[in-house]
Design a protein around this ligand. Structure first.
Ligand SMILES: Cc1ncc(COP(=O)(O)O)c(C=O)c1O
Ligand SMILES: N[C@@H](CCOP(=O)(O)O)C(=O)O
Length: 394
């Protein structure tokens, strides 16, 4: 049996079509882990989201585009430079739409079908909309997307448009778009697929399952960028479930990295608070340009309960980490994704010991934001079409 449980008042609901508790608290899916027969093996084989179907709360055949199974790269350059023995990068940019959101959408869109919904909707800084549009197309559902106009990377808008979503830009930031889409979804009976939807987050918890599956053990620390804060909450839940099932015996320190200009969770953490003060967000990492993260409470719980931490990084540190990943490790990520590695660089030698095993999650692909690349690297050199001219710039 699947229930939704309020993380604030503990009340439990059988109604699957709720996003928050009447008390205002966030809901999470509560699985009866004692009665689930776990048939998958954490043996490193057949990695993909639906390998873990025993722990995914849907009853019908999934709407799937073969999401998950992303590589865990050893980051040897960073290991040498930072003097940390084992650093891995889990490249979620290699999911079908180019971000980790696909893990959530395969479950969320399947749930939409199960509930008999005809349309899905989201607010987005870009990746959620690209993923929503792709999975809605596959499921033959209508998709509606609200974006902060002019603040979304071009690759992501292109994806949402081509996959047939109705894309609406608003003169406001992501937080405003989310407020609006929540109300519109209520009025129009759209299934809301932002991370306030607890079923979507169930898909994202498979990142934790895959890390253990691929590595063969539990890392000491997982570092990831934090925007609306669903992913850190979902991954932590994944580790918690494996521990409750007796499949692992420790949980990594969940380490959330925010951009300096969009850092409410970092601010709450440094003041040991459980409640955030929203900020007006601004950062080059548009994917995490979020000032009032909806999952802040879940994320802060994940950080405190796992003995993790929150850190902030500047836009310069983000771009520098993006260049190191691309130029030294061969891993192409969008700016927000590089925040995890920027955080690692900042915390190395301070908070992170030399013998820790660290997994950094890179959340989105380099090609999502080509304009950021040109700003960081400049445009290609142009020369006349002759050997001498080419040689002169080698
Ligand atoms: C590329 C990328 N990285 C990180 C994040 C932050 O994830 P979350 O909102 O789950 O904290 C997002 C979206 O929010 C994203 O698109
Ligand atoms: N970066 C996100 C912001 C929305 O987050 P969500 O997890 O609540 O959907 C995006 O790609 O839109």
């Amino acid at each position: 049996m699947v229930y939704l449980r309020c993380i604030e008042c503990g009340k439990v609901y059988e109604n699957e079509e709720m996003y928050t508790c009447p008390c205002g608290g966030l809901l999470e899916v509560s699985l009866d882990l004692d009665s689930i027969d776990v048939t998958f093996k954490l043996d490193g084989n057949n990695l993909r989201v639906w390998k873990y179907a025993d722990l995914l709360p849907v009853k019908i055949k999934p709407i799937s585009l073969n999401e998950g199974g992303t590589p865990l790269f050893r980051a040897e350059y960073l290991e040498r430079e930072l003097n940390i023995h084992r650093i891995y990068v889990k490249h979620e940019g290699l999911n079908p739409s180019g971000s980790f959101k696909d893990r959530g959408m395969t479950v969320g869109v399947t749930k939409a079908i199960e509930l008999g919904k005809k349309a899905v909707a989201c607010a987005s800084t870009g990746n959620t909309s690209a993923s929503l549009a792709m999975y809605a197309a596959k499921a033959n559902l209508k998709a509606y997307v609200l974006l902060p106009a002019g603040k979304v990377a071009l690759g992501k808008v292109a994806q949402a448009l081509m996959h047939n979503a109705k894309v609406i830009g608003i003169k406001g930031n992501f937080d405003k778009a989310l407020e609006l889409v929540r109300e519109i979804s209520r009025q129009e009976n759209f299934y809301l697929l932002n991370s306030v939807n607890p079923f979507r987050l169930e898909g994202q918890k498979t990142i934790a399952f895959e890390i253990v599956d691929e590595l063969g053990y539990v890392p000491d620390r997982v570092i990831l960028p934090v925007g609306n804060a669903g992913n850190i909450s979902a991954i932590y839940k994944g580790f918690r479930e494996l521990k409750t099932l007796g499949l692992i015996d420790s949980i990594p320190k969940m380490t959330g990295i925010q951009a300096k200009g969009a850092n409410p969770i970092y601010r709450a953490f440094v003041e040991s608070k459980k409640v955030i003060e929203p900020v007006t967000p601004e950062t080059i990492a548009t994917a995490i340009r979020i000032g009032n993260p909806v999952n802040a409470r879940k994320a802060l719980n994940a950080i405190y309960e796992s003995n993790g931490l929150a850190e902030e990084v500047s836009d310069e540190e983000i771009i520098s980490a993006q260049k190191i990943l691309a130029g030294k490790e061969g891993i192409g990520v969008e700016p927000a994704s590089a925040a995890s590695v920027a955080g690692l660089i900042k915390l190395a030698g301070r908070e992170i010991d030399v013998d820790e095993t660290v997994v950094c999650i890179t959340t989105g692909h380099l090609l999502k934001d080509p304009e950021a690349v040109i700003r960081a690297c400049g445009s290609p050199i142009e020369v006349p079409a002759d050997i001498e001219s080419i040689k002169s710039v080698l």
